[in-house]
Ligand binder design. Structure first.
Ligand SMILES: [Zn+2]
Length: 508
């Protein structure tokens, strides 16, 4: 039997504020010494009172607006009660009944390959429609149920079998929780959602959202049903996912595991499962708590919050161009493929560089050419020479945008061949010198002089009588061979178009 998975995500995001959610302690995820950033409030001393961090609230609102959410007019904090040694108060201040934002969505890219864009048969009038279709056909809406604000817990360090240590540096760090509707149906879609969300949070500058560092933590809710069924299966929650890869792997594993359970005529148990990174399997942890287990009630030490229209407008004004809009603009303005646009959007430094180069160029073909060299050759140089971790950062591109634009102009006008272009770019990358300067000193200029090429052509024909005669006798393929010989003899400097026409002239 074939099964259909339904997946929802719960994502916790550490906000990059200066201070914690309810006190003035530093919010510093790089602090390695335990219990450095703590005070009476975040260690829950009697008689202390929380004060909400406005920057964290603003960051949540910015995210909510970017994710097309309704901001809730009236919202409040609540206490989520449970005992754990990393939670000194015995409750976590969170939001439950009245979250700050709800009912949003995020578009994610799906099936890029199936884009109808390559269909050249569209006429001029259909072009806009085709473009719109292209942008939409490859995206999918994942609805967002809610986004709320809460505080993080501390950390336990299990040093020995006899005791554990508590580090409260993280206790009280602002945490934004985002819950999606169950709109995701595969591991790939889950991955695309997390990647797109991560990028958006970075564009908004609200979090670095690095999963490996715990700045973004993800829980997966997954159930499966027989294909065609309109019911939902039993939901299993997977925790301890600390990379996008483990999210994908755990979903794949759960689909397989739950299918096997159902195939054997058994029932999937509603439970919380962990993910074992090394073994790539999920394992049962405990039965899932229900909301009523937490005895939520309104936090009496904090007032409910509502926002004025002007306040929300001022925050909206701070939302920059977002990844999806930027992708669409790059495709539309510069006629790029989705993949190219995505490269510049996911590496903003490279995208800014590309826009600078483009501002120096006029013709559409030159822009395309620039993008080709940027997304392939220059990328390869960056990867080879300085390690993948840092690729694309602006200060490491020793080629200025102006020089790069000039380089493109030289190729477009035929001054240098594409073969020479690679060498030239390498030199530019190594030395930081301008292209004209390098051409001069290295003698890279293409031979565009007809007499010079004719001289080489005569030599080539003399050395290759048989192919020359074959061509004269009507064997067209022989010309390609002779052109190849000519290019080799000129060290790749001959203008190929000219080489072809000169050879044809001599042989006809
Ligand atoms: Zn504190």
């Amino acid at each position: 039997m074939k099964y259909f998975p339904t997946i929802g995500l719960e994502i916790h995001i550490e906000l990059n504020t200066q201070t914690k959610m309810f006190c003035c302690c530093k919010n510093d995820s790089n602090e390695t010494k335990p219990n450095q950033n703590i005070c009476e409030v975040c260690t829950a001393q009697p008689g202390t009172l929380p004060v909400a961090n406005e920057t964290a609230i603003k960051q949540l609102l910015k995210t909510a607006i970017a994710l097309n959410c309704e901001v809730c007019d009236f919202n409040r904090f609540e206490r989520k009660n449970y005992f754990y040694p990393d939670l000194p108060k015995g409750y976590q201040i969170s939001q439950y009944a009245l979250p700050m934002a709800r009912n949003g969505f995020l578009d994610i890219a799906v099936s890029i390959e199936n884009s109808p864009r390559n269909d050249q048969s569209q006429n001029q009038n259909d072009e806009k429609k085709a473009n719109d279709h292209f942008f939409k056909a490859q995206t999918k809406k994942v609805r967002i149920e809610r986004i709320h604000l809460e505080e993080d817990t501390g950390r336990l360090l299990h040093e020995s079998d006899e005791y554990s240590l508590v580090d409260l540096n993280r206790a009280g760090v602002p945490l934004m929780e985002l819950v999606t509707e169950p709109d995701i149906h595969s591991a790939t879609e889950a991955r695309e959602f997390i990647k797109e969300l991560q990028l958006l949070l970075r564009y908004l500058n609200v979090s670095t959202a690095d999963m490996e560092k715990g700045e973004m933590r993800c829980e997966v809710n997954i159930s499966i049903v027989g294909e065609g069924s309109d019911k939902l299966g039993t939901k299993v929650e997977i925790k301890n996912l600390n990379s996008i890869r483990s999210v994908e792997k755990s979903i794949e594993y759960e689909i397989k595991r739950q299918s096997e359970v159902l195939n054997q005529g058994e029932k999937v148990i509603q439970e919380t499962r962990g993910f074992h990174d090394a073994k790539q399997i999920t394992f049962s942890q405990r039965s899932k708590e229900q909301a009523h287990d937490y005895r939520y009630f309104p936090e009496p030490d904090l007032l409910p919050i509502s926002f004025t229209e002007d306040y929300l407008l001022s925050i909206k004004a701070e939302v920059p161009e977002l990844p999806q809009a930027k992708r669409e603009r790059f495709q539309r303005e510069f006629d790029l493929s989705f993949k190219e646009a995505d490269l510049y959007v996911s590496q903003p430094d490279l995208g800014n560089y590309f826009e600078k180069v483009v501002s120096e160029l006029e013709k559409k073909e030159q822009i395309k050419l620039a993008s080709n060299y940027l997304s392939t050759d220059l990328q390869a140089l960056l990867k080879e020479n300085q390690g993948p971790g840092l690729k694309g950062s602006r200060d490491r591109v020793s080629v200025t945008a102006e020089n790069f634009a000039e380089f493109i102009g030289l190729i477009a006008s035929g001054v240098i061949s594409s073969k020479m272009a690679k060498e030239l770019l390498f030199e530019m990358f190594q030395t930081g010198a301008g292209p004209s300067q390098i051409i001069e000193s290295k003698g890279l200029k293409q031979i565009g002089n007809e007499q010079e090429i004719e001289k080489i052509a005569q030599e080539v024909i003399k050395e290759n009588q048989q192919p020359a005669n074959d061509y004269k006798a009507g064997k067209k393929a022989s010309l390609q061979f002779l052109v190849g010989r000519l290019m080799a003899k000129s060290d790749g400097k001959a203008n190929p178009q000219l080489a072809i026409s000169v050879l044809k002239d001599i042989l006809s």
